[in-house]
Design a protein around this ligand. Structure first.
Ligand code: NAD
Ligand code: ZN
Length: 359
């Protein structure tokens, strides 16, 4: 039997209606419509969403891409990046109170499987993703289990709190090994590559080269601390990277483009003994020359998915609240929730950094 601590909103009712961005059909597009919010369970928290940001994944779902067709089951409220305030909670909730500012880890792990019990919750065998397997954040209200909530530092501005989830992807990609006094090539200056640029700079990388065919985003990367920006449509990446590194190549490659060509460019210019971290997701299988680019160069490859829960959230919060990285140049557009389509279109066209929706 589910009980509530307090219930102003849905006294005596099964649920209440909220406005949300919903993927309703197995076809292109989404709808802004009223949907019911479920009752909270003993360990659940009802959150009033204040801001949500759009992720590339949401755009894939909107466009009903090959990946979305295989993975997504409508109807579902989309979105997984947000900041909001606790409105109500179940009887067994102990760590939050009404009014607390919270975000959430979007990877909802089981806590019981082999991976979870070995500290790899981000690759849980029974992983549920917010906005894909669980109703998401592009909504006025949201119900989540207490255990996935992150309580925000009171110093953090709401917009910065909202982008902590993707910022965490960048933290794990950059920081899986030390980058201080190292030369770094960042492939892809989407929001996550841009966060990574700021993180690498704050972590003491001595040279940061950013490559992206999108000049608008390359300009933001300069504000985030890139020393050299390259456009692969106009410049020879291999030649320019070798020139900038005394013919050594870079110590570290961070792959955020999900582009096969970029990945191969990166592998070509890693110095023997270096490492590559790959977060980018590829449309198709990629081809790499394992013997030449990895084995005989003794390269360390790290696949990165999600974030470490919650150690990466602590790092993220500290990078932001201590002023080590200012993400403001990356937050380029703001719309109201009902205008989500404007934001999705900008994302699709790459004419933005991070887009925030005010709920
Ligand atoms: P994004 O799509 O906004 O950014 C990708 C960038 O790569 C774009 O700016 C694009 O112009 C650039 N690009 C395209 N071709 C390129 C090339 N040949 N060389 C250099 N750059 C090129 O994506 P994002 O939100 O910043 O995320 C980065 C990547 O990480 C995406 O592939 C995304 O799907 C993936 N991702 C993975 C995880 C995970 O858990 N593994 C989580 C979030 C995002
Ligand atoms: Zn698990």
């Amino acid at each position: 039997m589910v009980k509530f601590i307090s219930s102003k909103i849905n006294e005596g009712k099964r649920c209440f209606q909220v406005k949300a961005v919903v993927k309703t059909k197995r076809a292109k597009g989404m709808e802004f419509k009223e949907v019911p919010v479920p009752r909270i369970g003993l360990r659940d928290v009802l959150i009033k969403v204040k801001m949500a940001s759009i992720c590339g994944t949401d755009v894939h779902i909107r466009d009903w891409t090959r990946w979305a067709k295989q993975r997504f089951k409508p109807p579902r409220i989309v979105g997984h990046e947000f900041v909001g305030n606790v409105t109500k909670f179940g009887e067994e909730v102990t760590r939050v109170k009404v009014g607390d500012s919270v975000c959430a880890e979007s990877h909802i792990s089981c806590g019981r499987c082999y991976q979870c019990r070995n500290g790899y919750n981000e690759v849980c065998k029974d992983l549920k993703l917010l906005g894909i397997d669980h109703d998401g954040t592009l909504a006025e209200f949201l119900v989540l289990p207490e255990r996935v909530l992150w309580k925000n530092d009171s110093n953090i501005p709401d917009e910065w709190a909202t982008i902590q989830e993707p910022f965490g992807n960048a933290i794990d990609t950059v920081m899986v090994e030390d980058v201080s006094a190292k030369t770094v090539l960042i492939l892809g200056a989407g929001p996550i590559g841009l966060f990574a640029t700021g993180i690498a700079r704050a972590s003491g990388a001595s040279l940061i080269i950013v490559s992206d065919p999108n000049n608008y985003r390359l300009n933001i990367s300069k504000k985030m601390g890139a020393h050299i920006t390259l456009n692969p449509r106009r410049q020879n990446i291999t030649k320019r990277v070798l020139e900038a590194t005394n013919n050594n190549g870079v110590d570290v490659v961070l792959e955020f483009s999900g582009n096969n060509q970029a990945l191969n460019q990166g592998l070509r210019v890693i110095t023997p003994g270096g490492r590559i971290s790959i977060l980018g997701i590829y449309e198709k299988r990629v081809t790499i020359d394992l013997n030449k680019e990895i084995i005989f160069k003794k390269i360390r490859i790290y696949g990165v998915t999600g974030r470490k829960v919650f150690s990466t959230w602590y790092k993220t919060s500290r990078f932001l609240t201590a002023g080590l990285v200012d993400p403001s140049p990356i937050i380029t557009h703001r719309f109201s929730l009902k205008d989500y389509e404007k934001g999705m279109k900008l994302m699709k066209d790459g004419k933005c950094g991070k887009v925030i929706l005010n709920v």
